[in-house]
Write a protein of this length. Sequence first.
Length: 127
Amino acid sequence: MKLKVILPEEVLLEEAARKVKAEDERGSFTLLPRHVDLATSLVPGILSFEDDSGREVFVALDAGVLVKAGGDVLVCTRRAVLGPDLGQLREHVREQFMVLDERERAARSVMARLEAGLIRQHIRLEE
């Protein structure tokens, strides 16, 4: 199979995979090349796959969508971090997701100030 993990700003991963393990609302599942086609919503967690050499690779994902069509497995998610093992992956997730969370907080703060200013202007116009 060919696994592709897509983020809004880049293709994180495009690699051959013998099997793919992921998790949706009903629990974890494994996809093999001859399994039926599937589309499902992924929950935040760990996606793992076995590459052609038999090595297991891990990807931490935010919520997303997985589609298996024939020999292609496509995963679309907002945030994802690739790691060689679970220990290093934990650190990568902590570093990258914390930076994004800080940016999101700052953006939300700016949006709240803009909204408050807009409401004040609207109230002044009504008076």
